[in-house]
Structures are given as C-alpha cells and as structure tokens.
Design a protein around this ligand. Structure first.
Ligand SMILES: [Zn+2]
Length: 483
C-alpha cells in the first residue's frame, strides 16, 4: 500500500515543481536585520550565494522540469532532435571564424592526399558562399594551382575577404537566438502539458480584475467625475495571454529549422559545414515577447514562465498571491496608471495619488538607499503600478483567505503564518544580492525601494510584524498614507 502511494505521488511529477518554496524563502532570511527596520534586506540577504535567489532557483528548476517532460512521453522523438541540435549549436559556439588555421589545415590535407576531395571542398564553398553550383567561378580557380601551400593561402584569403568580417558576430547572434527559440518552443510544449496552471493564472487575473471593479464602484472621486464606466471598460479590454502560446509555433516550422541544420551535414568539408551553420536564420518570432518575465501591451497582458510554474501544487496560496498575484496586479496597473502625456490610456489616478506615490518612493529612498536612489517622473508609471498591484493583491488575498492568514504553518524553522509568507514572497521575487540602485534608463525603481515602498503602503504589514511607530518601515511611510 505504501508502495502504491509512492507511485501515485511520483508517477506524474511533471506538473508540480519539486521545490519547497517556503524553505527557499527561509534560506534567504537575514536574522541580523529586523523586518521592521528594513524588510527587504531582512527577507533578501546580501551574502546569499550566487544563483540562490528565490526566482533563479525557481527558474532553474522550471527548465529542468521542462527538459524532463520533453524526455518522456509523446515528445520524445522531437526532444531528441532538439537536444541533438542544442548540443551541436553549443559546440559550435566555441569555434572561431577569425582563426583560419583549421580551414588551411583541412584544405592542405585534402590537397596533398586526395585532389578530388579538395575540389569537392572548393565546390561546396562556392555553392554556399557564391551560390554557384557548376564550379565555373570563384574558389575553383584555386584548384588549378598544384602548389598546395599557395592554394591554401589563396583560399584562406578569399574566405577572409568575402566572409570572415562580420560573419562570426552574425553566427553567434543566430546561434544564441536559435537556442532561445528552441527553449521557447519547449516552454510552449510545457504549457500545453500544464494547461491547468495556465487556466489558474487566468483565473487569478480575472479575480483581481473583479475585485478591482468592485472597488471602482465604491470610489467616490471616480463616481463624482463620472469615470467608473470608462475605467471598467478599459479594464475589461485586457486579456491575459501566455507569451509562448501567442508565438505562432508550429511543429512544421520547428521541423523545417531542424532540417536546415541537418542539410548542413551533407557538406563533406568541415569548413563548409561551419559556414552553413553560421548562416541559418532563426524562424521569425516577435523577439520582444519572449524575453520579458511579464508585460502589459494593452490589451495584452502576459505572464511568462516560470511565473506560471509557481502556481504548481507545491506552492501555497500565500506564495502564489505574493509572487504571481503581485506581478499580475502590477501589470494590470499599467493599463490604468499612466502619466498624463500618454493619451492611449485613461489615467485612473488623481494628481493627489501621483504625489503620494512619488513621495512614498522618495521617502523610502532616503531611508533605505544603497547607492544612487532617484525618484523621477519617468518612474511614475512603474511606481504607481507597484503600489496599485501590491494593495490590490493583498486585499484579494485577505478577502479569500481571511480565516487562515494568521494560522501558523508547521514544519519549518520559522514561525510562519500565511500573512507573513505573503509579504516574504513579495520580497523574494525581487531579491538581488547586489546593491539596490536606480538607473536613469530604467523606469523601474531600485528593487529594494520598490518592495519597502509598497509594504509601507499596506497597513496590515505593521500589524503582522508588530512594528512600532519608531521603526524605519513605519517612519518611511508617506504621510498621505494610503495612496
Ligand atoms: Zn511594469
């Protein structure tokens, strides 16, 4: 019986991350810092080892799980093909096009030992580089030279002149993109196999939007300014899509690309094969859509992996709301919170709210900065979305889990309640070891300031951690609390 139980758990491990997320959060806690003095650095220790931050561990685990899924079941054949290609591309990456000694060596060897093979190599390069099939031009002239040393030099010079400049960079770009493309394709297959998690992420978004609608209908200044309908309308336009599912992947396209690489094998010369691999282009996809964790491109809102993977059965609602929910809330905020110059959207927030948001970030800067800390107008959209998302998701969490927020969770080193876990997961997704500083070309504020500013605007935070009025987290609250 015990054996059967075991089987049931491990039979279908592909749909749940085998990670203890509470433990992951515990590992990053710095006990020497009081949560009321600096929550971010308490929850996100600076001396954690490289690659051990919450998000990166989850990301790594997700990729591993995805590869495991590919190796099993109906995708096995396809995965083998993909894996072979990935290995090939990875091995190509170490090749250098500037170093032509390999070309010289290959040609010399053929020229001395087997004239037919040497001619074949030249014909292949002609075909590849000059698109010339019949061998009546270009490198073929070299073939008439009986001095192998000299003809090898002529070949190398010819290649350098026509190809080497710029090819290496192009090849590296192509290979990097191709590996990214294959990863996205695997993520696409993973999502298809884990459709229940995709559905849950959509449900979570719909729930946040419904909660927001309810609050809109009770907001006096929106009622008085007759804006309720407009705000509800624009919120209703939003669709949560998954990036990989949006990309028009199809098996034929992937097969065709794999075939292109396979066709390169037909070249008998190693040099020709290398040039062949170098010029293969990645199938067209919208690059911007693959590399961002989450975005709002109204009316599309997207949540990328591995956020969706956090919604696996090994997580808890507190962690799901604090991480995935917070990101969704933030992205939702982008539809409503815009500087007035952006006429595409309705600025939901009043001027007072804008001032309050910016004041909060300014104040958090003065309390928690670790280097350059700057709150500018160019950051308002992100700062506003942070505070909006944080408050929206905390209220949603409390509303649905009100009877359990203060119940203790057993089996861990720390004394956890869901409410505490919620706040720690907010800090965990934005946890970095490096000094938290603002960049003039990045509209997002410094991660530490983002987290501490948002928490300062959630009244329950002080209660959950029993922070007294003199603590930094309380002192750093903007006066016009709540935004
Ligand atoms: Zn944003």
């Amino acid at each position: 019986m015990l054996f059967l139980f075991f089987l049931l758990i491990f039979k279908d491990g592909v749909d749940s991350m085998q990670l203890d997320m509470v433990k992951l959060i515990e590992e990053n806690i710095d006990d020497t810092i009081d949560p009321c003095d600096d929550f971010y650095r308490h929850a996100c220790r600076k001396d954690q080892s490289r690659g051990s931050t919450f998000f990166y561990v989850i990301q790594r685990s997700f990729w591993k799980e995805m590869n495991d899924l590919m190796r099993s079941g109906k995708n096995e054949d396809l995965f083998r093909k993909i894996e072979k290609l990935e290995n090939l591309i990875s091995s190509l990456k170490s090749d250098s096009f500037d170093d032509t000694s390999a070309v010289r060596f290959e040609y010399m060897e053929k020229c001395i030992n087997n004239k037919t093979r040497a001619r074949e190599m030249l014909l292949e390069l002609n075909k590849l580089i000059y698109n010339n099939e019949n061998g009546d031009c270009c490198f073929t002239n070299i073939d008439f030279d009986t001095n192998c040393e000299r003809s090898a030099t002529n070949l190398v010079n010819g290649l350098k002149e026509h190809l080497v400049n710029g090819l290496e960079m192009e090849a590296r770009e192509n290979w990097k993109n191709f590996l990214g493309y294959l990863n996205n394709f695997k993520a696409y297959l993973w999502l298809q196999a884990n459709n229940d998690l995709v559905i849950r992420s959509r449900e979570m978004f719909t729930m946040l939007r419904d909660d927001f609608m309810e609050s809109v209908e009770q907001t006096p200044w929106l009622i008085n300014s007759d804006s309720v309908k407009a705000v509800i309308e624009i919120s209703n336009q939003l669709k949560l899509v998954d990036t990989e599912l949006v990309i028009d992947f199809n098996q034929n396209q992937v097969d065709a690309s794999i075939q292109e690489y396979n066709d390169c094998h037909l070249f008998t010369s190693e040099t020709a094969r290398k040039y062949c691999y170098a010029t293969i282009k990645v199938p067209e996809t919208d690059e911007n859509w693959n590399s961002i964790n989450a975005f709002n491109f109204h009316p599309y809102l997207s949540l990328n992996n591995p956020f969706i993977a956090i919604l696996s059965s090994n997580s808890t609602p507190a962690i799901e709301y604090g991480s995935v929910g917070y990101v969704l809330g933030h992205e939702f905020g982008h539809t409503l919170i815009k500087t007035k110059s952006d006429h595409m959207f309705i600025p939901y927030f009043s001027e007072q709210v804008k001032t309050c948001v910016q004041n909060q970030f300014n104040k958090s800067c003065s309390f928690f900065k670790e280097g350059l800390c700057h709150t500018g107008d160019y950051q308002f959209d992100e700062n506003g979305a942070d505070i909006f998302g944080g408050q929206l998701v905390y209220e949603a969490f409390k509303k649905r889990h009100s009877c359990s927020v203060n119940k203790s969770i057993r089996g861990y080193e720390y004394c956890w309640t869901p409410a505490k876990l919620f706040f720690y997961s907010m800090a965990a997704v934005d946890c970095h070891r490096e000094d938290s500083v603002s960049w003039m070309d990045d509209p997002h504020h410094a991660p530490k300031i983002r987290v501490n500013a948002v928490l300062a605007q959630i009244p329950d935070f002080a209660e959950v951690f029993q922070c007294d009025a003199k603590s930094n987290m309380m002192q750093s609250r903007s006066v016009s609390f709540i935004c």
